[in-house]
Design a protein around this ligand. Structure first.
Ligand SMILES: [Zn+2]
Length: 88
């Protein structure tokens, strides 16, 4: 399935995703325990989602996560601090 790179698949539905970079968004969907992260994966050129447990969230606005984020699919690795991405 090909995807448009512009926004994550759910963004056009919910309009609630928080943009961190052009390639990384976080979104509160219906799961009470997790945020959903979306990244544009260079492995396959698709948007991939991964859950982020709420206990990893220091602050939601601006988004600040306690631990670095590692996407093993493509090796994207870094910190989300004060709504900004800092590569690890
Ligand atoms: Zn990836």
């Amino acid at each position: 399935m090909s995807q448009l790179r512009t926004v994550p698949p759910t963004e056009s539905v919910t309009g609630r995703a928080t943009k961190v970079t052009d390639d990384l968004y976080f979104e509160r969907l219906d799961d009470p325990y997790c945020l959903t992260s979306w990244h544009w994966c260079t492995d396959g050129k698709v948007w991939r989602s991964l859950p982020v447990q709420y206990n990893e969230v220091q602050q939601e606005h601006p988004l600040h996560l306690k631990a670095p984020t590692l996407f093993s699919c493509c090796g994207l690795h870094g910190w989300v601090r004060n709504g900004k991405w800092e590569p690890a």
